[in-house]
Design a protein around this ligand. Structure first.
Ligand code: PBG
Length: 345
């Protein structure tokens, strides 16, 4: 009989042995996506019992506060730890300085208060940025047609305080101004909000994949009305990888508790870099365009949408993300719960 010598190769070594049954694959899986890794973004509108479809974001609706509470309960029941709220503000309330952002009774603050009393144990994350509130659609204020960093930071730190006072657990500056994390942290500390977390959008690329989100909050049509058409003077250039480490390090030094990378799917290299180089959680955002592409292809029968979502989210975690914002969070979390009870993908 011929002895099989272990020569360090085939046939002694057969990697397929580890894949030969579902139980073997499950036993050795390096990455396990769980509902606690998923964060559900929600779009808020005025009114009661209102829901509006977003044409460019299949399956996503803008919801009035009462329905937001239902959605938060559903997310919590699916095991999701936190939701992220974005307001779709009436056009009549928008102005050049985004003043409505500082109104303690604005839509988002009312939503946060209602959520915190109805569903106290789910985390509430709010964007700190002016784009839902400005009539030019930019995240900051303009001086001489340009986005003025320091004037914007002074508004953002007050916006963060208004949100913290409403009960928001995590403020998430998504504006990409320089120095805003430090100013927000100092303002929160000085006002007794030591426990309010800052999730900084440290690495946010100027991306074509944000289009459906801008439809959902109603800012797409305003961009370019007065002021620049794009956000390239403040959001990062997607040609840059090392710059991401610099942005993240600055925000962490200023007091960020966690850093965000977005879009997730086009930044897996950056997520992986930061996972190694920084010591705070790296959170990734599967943005509107990434989600919409999968949904649109699935609607046309081109791909299996559920499998594609599960795969894309799992590899974002594999790259090093601690948690992921995704419009599919509740659906996927429900499926993950079913799988953990024995259902198979
Ligand atoms: C705005 C903001 C954007 C997103 C989150 N916050 C869009 C933008 O910068 O224009 C994008 C999210 C998505 O596309 O899902 N500050």
């Amino acid at each position: 009989m011929k002895m099989l010598l272990n020569t360090g190769g085939y046939p002694a070594i057969r990697p397929r042995r580890l894949r030969a049954a579902a139980w073997r694959r499950d036993m050795v899986a390096e990455t396990v996506l769980t509902p606690s890794n998923l964060i559900q973004p929600l779009f808020v509108i005025e009114g009661t019992a209102q829901r509006e479809a977003v044409d460019s974001l299949p399956g996503v609706e803008r919801l009035s506060i009462d329905f937001i509470i239902d959605a938060a309960r559903a997310a919590q029941a699916a095991g999701i730890p936190a939701i992220a709220l974005f307001p779709a503000v009436d056009g009549s309330l928008k102005d050049a300085n985004g003043s409505e952002a500082l109104n303690p009774d604005n839509l988002i603050c009312r939503a946060v208060r209602a959520l915190k009393s109805a569903v106290p144990d789910i985390g509430v994350i709010c964007d700190v940025a002016l784009d839902p509130y400005t009539d030019h659609g930019h995240d900051g204020v303009l001086v001489g047609g340009k986005i003025h960093n320091d004037n914007t930071v002074d508004i953002l730190r007050r916006q963060a305080l208004v949100l913290a006072e409403a009960g928001c657990d995590v403020v998430a500056p998504s504006d990409m101004m320089d120095g805003r994390v430090g100013e927000i942290r100092a303002t929160l500390e000085a006002s007794g909000f030591a426990d309010t977390m800052i999730l900084s959008y440290a690495v946010k690329y100027a991306s074509a994949f944000y289009g459906p989100f801008r439809d959902a909050v109603g800012s797409r049509k305003n961009l370019g009305a007065h002021g620049p058409r794009d956000k390239k003077t403040y959001q990062m250039d997607f040609r840059n990888r090392r710059e991401a480490a610099r942005e993240a390090a600055l925000d962490i030094a200023e007091g960020a508790d966690a850093v965000m990378v977005k879009p997730a799917g086009t930044s897996l290299d950056v997520i992986s870099d930061l996972h190694r180089s920084v010591d705070v959680p790296v959170i990734a955002y599967q943005v509107s365009g990434e989600y919409a592409m999968i949904k649109a292809a699935a609607e046309r029968g081109m791909i299996d949408g559920h499998a594609a979502l599960l795969e894309s989210l799992t590899v974002i975690k594999r790259a090093g993300a601690a948690a992921i914002f995704t419009y599919a969070a509740t659906d996927i979390a429900r499926a993950l719960q079913a799988y953990s009870r024995g259902a198979r993908v």
